[in-house]
Design a protein around this ligand. Sequence first.
Ligand SMILES: Cc1ncc(C[n+]2csc(CCOP(=O)(O)OP(=O)(O)O)c2C)c(N)n1
Ligand SMILES: [Mg+2]
Length: 661
Amino acid sequence: MERSALESIYRMMLRIRRFDEGVIDLFKEGLVKGTAHSYVGQEAVAAGACSVLRKEDFVVSHHRGHGHCVAKGASLNRMMAELMGRVTGYCKGLGGSMHIADLDLNILGANGIVGAGIGIGTGAALSNKLRGTDHVGIAFFGDGASNEGIFHECLNIASVWKLSIIYLCENNQYALSTAMKDSTSIDRFSKRAAAYSLPGVTVDGNDVLAVRAAVDEAVMRARKGEGPSFIEALTYRWGDHSMRANLPRYRGQQEVEDWIKLDAIARFEKRLISEFGFKQAQLDRVRADVETDMAAAREFSIASPEPTLADLEDAVYAPHYQPAEPRFTTTRELSFAEALREAIGQEMEADPSVFVLGEDVGKIGGIFAATRGLIEKFGAERLRDTPISEQAIASCAVGSAITGMRPIAEVQIFDFVTLMMDMIVNQAAKFRFMLGGKPTVPMVIRGPQGGGVRLAAQHSQSLETWFTHIPGLVVLAPSSPYEAKGLLTSAIRENNPVIFLEHKLLYVGKKGLVPEESYALPIGKSVVKRKGNDVTVIATLAMVESALQAATRLETEGIDVEVIDPRTLRPLDEEAIINSVKKTSRLVIAHEGWKRWGFGAEVAAMVAERAIDWLDAPIFRVGARDAPMPYNDKLERQVIPSAEDIEAAVRSVVMRDRATA
Ligand SMILES: Cc1ncc(C[n+]2csc(CCOP(=O)(O)OP(=O)(O)O)c2C)c(N)n1
Ligand SMILES: [Mg+2]
């Protein structure tokens, strides 16, 4: 090995150690707040592994992530500034220690959720494969993370798809206070590799050249297209779990001292002198350089300003895709599924970064046929049938979206989104924000939701408010084939993560007029489905049709109903709703999700805050009964709101007012 390469590995190890020692001082001084997890003791793993990588190769990390960032070439100034919550930091002070990332250096981020980086890395490796690169990546994670479900789903999918990723488990023997021997059924994590047909090795994680050699071999294999590898590096963290942790003792003093004797830096210094002919003075010079860099980082950070509320507001969403409302005449009719399929096909044709993944979406085109037939045109690489691994599916969506692709992930039935929630809520929705508002996360999670087809309590829910509650997500809810195509086109072009909800009854419902040419509907804009003057009905998804039926019948009673379909539940077109209520003075909100704590409650509160003086009657909500969906069909019809329920609600707000007039 060249001396310059050895010196730079040594320099890296020192930078990592001195950085985290500096952080401890700053934490004690109150300049670093919250918490941070020291990497001291584990330097050889990050420095050895990253010494093999090219700039285009990625790393993805975890809560104990400073070392990985430093080793991949991150600036100490910007890291330190981030830890002090300054606007010059990597995340403008919005992320902190657990979210440092630099996409320009292909550092895809530390992470506050144990195991999440395994998923994001798997998605980034899929992205590399789809883009036809020979780039590789390393996912660093701990022994604790190796017992998360995401570990198993991702190692399997990466092996099946031969992704170029190295799973590098830093086994520092403990997950917080829990020793590996008390949490893990085997003595070596590398044994698990065989279960996924991966090469798996255990190396001395305090021997930087041993780590480097193992990673080098795995990287060579990956670059040749031979797929993922698993490396377990045995090491030890010298400090406590985190700077904040003031825990009762859970490790023996002797054990800590024994590991400190195996200090990777001291061992490497000895070898540099005895084996590679370095002089002590050379090593001292490197040390002095590192001290200079550390002092500069501290000074830079202390002098840096803090972020403002404007920085925070700007970071939540990338600007929405905003086409003008299209105008067409057409006589062609499509079903809801045909409309979805046409949108996906046209976008795949126009943009090679668009691809579809999910359970049964390829060969059979999804159980509701939204992607049926597309595999013949676009092939199995872009219509990817996945294992039944919702976490891995969502992970692949997030990881590929942040690295240049536009994934469309199907949830086979939306109730299964429970198994994707970390990736959607903690990762996709917050990624841009946590990284200071720079990256985009252009991904769509779509699939069927809602009841009415006798599928009972775990296949029938309407879960939109789980997602409308989360800043960072866009939630789209088409009510007809026309909206299905136009909104899905926008969803695919949108630079924020989109939850795209397709009501099951719409797949089997009426065909509708759909133009053949590609078109997109604006995000955040509602549509008036029926003009009226007496009462405003806000209806979503399948309830739009019910509201229109109710309006037709109420017309015969002399009640003139305005029906508005928000189309986008988040961001909500508040202006259109307020303007309609100011005209009609009465409001009913109808949705299939539970009435309690539902979408209607938010709309009602918003209108009460902004337009109460215009209201002539209380706001009524029509939603599902407060019970899970029953199997029995008569009971199911009593749980799901009907057109008659909407009619009754409208009559009561109108009659109450007429009675008192
Ligand atoms: C999903 C999840 N569960 C629990 C935690 C709390 N937590 C943070 S780090 C940690 C221990 C992780 O251990 P390991 O993966 O071995 O990493 P190490 O801290 O040893 O580097 C725990 C329990 C979390 N952040 N995320
Ligand atoms: Mg650990």
